[in-house]
Design a protein around this ligand. Structure first.
Ligand SMILES: [Zn+2]
Length: 532
């Protein structure tokens, strides 16, 4: 193809082009022909130039087939790989749009393309993604699988990562055993598979790839152990305030006011505008009542009082009959805050979470919304505000924030001990000395961390015996769970593989998903993840 002329037509750059060959082969019989039947023009879009749309204006010749034995009478010449038959864009422009679709998705991609001078609809970009021939990755020898939520609690997908190359091999909707078994059957050759401790994946792998060694993920194992201790902490009262009673921090450590420290401290905050308005209205009502009483005592008649005060005679009657100033009218409102019927079913859960150290309203909101809470975040925020106690002077606030975090039982117990500061360690020691069961659970968690760190299967055996003997329900059930998944847990201790790279890829997939503006159905998401 040769460019014969370049013309700028307003914002559009037109490239006049034609094929330079004398003859063309018939696509049916491959006989070369030089007999031109007619010509027609194609106007495909090409890569833009400095934001100007570029159009190729290609004159295409139609030849007559000279082979009398051929069924084909005429044929159009082939414009080469740069301009496929019927294409409305050059191959380069198509590749550019496909890359935009991969990296930016439909909406953003379309905006970028329009800005660059190659306008295209979001739907077209998504269609490019869907139609693209995705690279077929070889089945990995070492496979990592994990689930990710496409819509939390509703739609999940399973991600398959080649742990040797760190590349995503596949993304499939669902996280059931059958799905995994089917995938593994269709992709034979997996020798080692790391997974979290979900039973569905274990079962799927047993069915689909019975020869593969399953490896439980060490991070998930540690998570399970932390969850076992966390289970013990849940609902346990913060008893640290005993040691910190003298400090202002105590207010925050006992947000529910459950300890017997006497009356709650009074607020030093100025009244809110609403409160101020109520106070003013009350004062005005009392003043009016007193005025009416005075006039009546001075012997004025109803009519005269009504005129003087500017109220109806009926109201004068009512005020004179009232032994004390009338109250502000009480509007019968639905109870708010914690008493609100909307919030009621979640209060005990919220209290537990609060005690466990979670005072983040957004987090709490997400949690109860997940349980079906139909109300607003602001209703929740207002309700738990009462648990926060009065605001402290600014200087104190920083200190408290540090102290709350530091003194929270979860923080102390679940942090690796080497990350605690010396005063925190002292606090923890004191805490554990007061609670034998908790101390036992704490020691079990640390022991488990050591087992994982040292990759010691013999030590795991000992740990299991201790955990079962402890009679702590959460740890007994952890030990039972490990026993049921013993081969995979042992593999986690003896093999170097872990699901770490999978977690990294999940973060990437989630980012891509969010860029999809809700258009990320699994097929599109899969295309974007695999193509990039
Ligand atoms: Zn032919």
């Amino acid at each position: 193809m040769a460019i014969r002329q370049v013309a700028v037509d307003g914002p559009i750059v037109r490239l006049q082009a034609e094929m330079i060959t004398e003859s063309a082969p018939c696509p049916s019989c491959h006989t070369q022909s030089t007999k031109i039947h007619d010509r027609y023009v194609r106007r495909p879009a090409d890569l833009p130039w400095r934001g100007h749309p570029v159009r190729l204006v290609v004159t295409v010749r139609r030849f007559r087939c000279v082979n009398s034995a051929c069924d084909r009478a005429t044929f159009a010449e082939n414009c080469g790989p740069d301009l496929p038959r019927y294409a409305r864009r050059t191959a380069d422009a198509q590749v550019y749009l496909f890359q935009l679709a991969c990296t930016s998705g439909g909406e953003v991609g379309a905006r970028l393309a329009a800005g660059a001078g190659l306008p295209v609809s979001p739907d077209t970009l998504l269609r490019l993604l869907r139609e693209a021939a995705l690279p077929t990755n070889p089945t990995p020898h070492v496979l990592g699988v994990d689930d990710l939520a496409l819509r939390r609690r509703q739609v999940y997908a399973t991600i398959f990562v080649d742990l040797e190359t760190g590349r995503v091999v596949d993304l499939v909707e669902g996280r059931e055993a059958e799905m995994l078994a089917k995938w593994l059957t269709a992709h034979p050759g997996v020798e080692i598979m790391t997974r979290d401790r979900a039973e569905a994946y274990a079962e799927g792998a047993r069915t689909g790839a019975p020869q593969a060694v399953q490896v439980a993920d060490r991070f998930h194992l540690l998570q399970n152990a932390s969850a076992a201790l966390d289970g013990m902490l849940r609902g346990r009262r913060l008893s640290i305030e005993e040691q910190e009673r003298s400090e202002p921090v105590a207010e925050v450590l006992d947000p529910l006011g459950t300890s017997d420290r006497g009356a709650p401290p009074t607020s030093t905050r100025p009244p809110s505008p609403t409160k101020r308005y109520q106070i003013e209205r009350r004062a005005a009502r009392v003043a009016r009542w007193e005025h009416v009483k005075e006039l009546a005592a001075a012997g004025a008649g109803f009519r005269q009082i009504a005129r003087e005060v500017g109220i109806s005679r009926k109201t004068v009657h009512r005020l004179l009959a009232a032994p004390e100033p009338p109250r502000n009218r009480v509007v019968n409102r639905r109870p708010g805050g914690l008493k609100s019927p909307t919030l009621q079913p979640y209060v005990s859960y919220l209290q537990d979470r609060w005690q466990a150290g979670c005072t983040n309203v957004s987090q709490l909101y997400r949690e109860i919304a997940g349980q079906g809470y139909p109300g607003s975040r602001s209703l929740l925020a207002q309700a738990v505000q009462t648990w926060r106690g009065p605001p402290l002077p600014r200087a104190e606030r920083r200190k408290v924030r540090r102290m709350t975090r530091r003194s929270s039982m979860r923080w102390l117990c679940l942090r690796p001990p080497e990350q605690l500061e010396s005063d925190e360690q002292a606090l923890l020691k004191q805490l554990l000395s007061q609670d034998g069961e908790l101390a036992m659970g704490y020691e079990l968690l640390q022991g488990f961390r050591r087992v994982i760190a040292k990759r010691d299967t013999a030590a795991l055996e000992e740990w299991m015996i201790t955990a079962r003997a402890s009679d702590l329900p959460t740890f007994v059930s952890l030990a039972n769970g490990i026993e049921a998944d013993r081969m995979a847990v042992n593999a986690a201790l003896t093999l170097p593989w872990s699901n770490g790279p999978v977690e990294g890829q999940i973060t990437r997939v989630k980012l891509i998903k969010r860029q999809g503006y809700g258009r990320a159905k699994v097929d599109l998401l899969r295309a974007r993840v695999l193509a990039s």
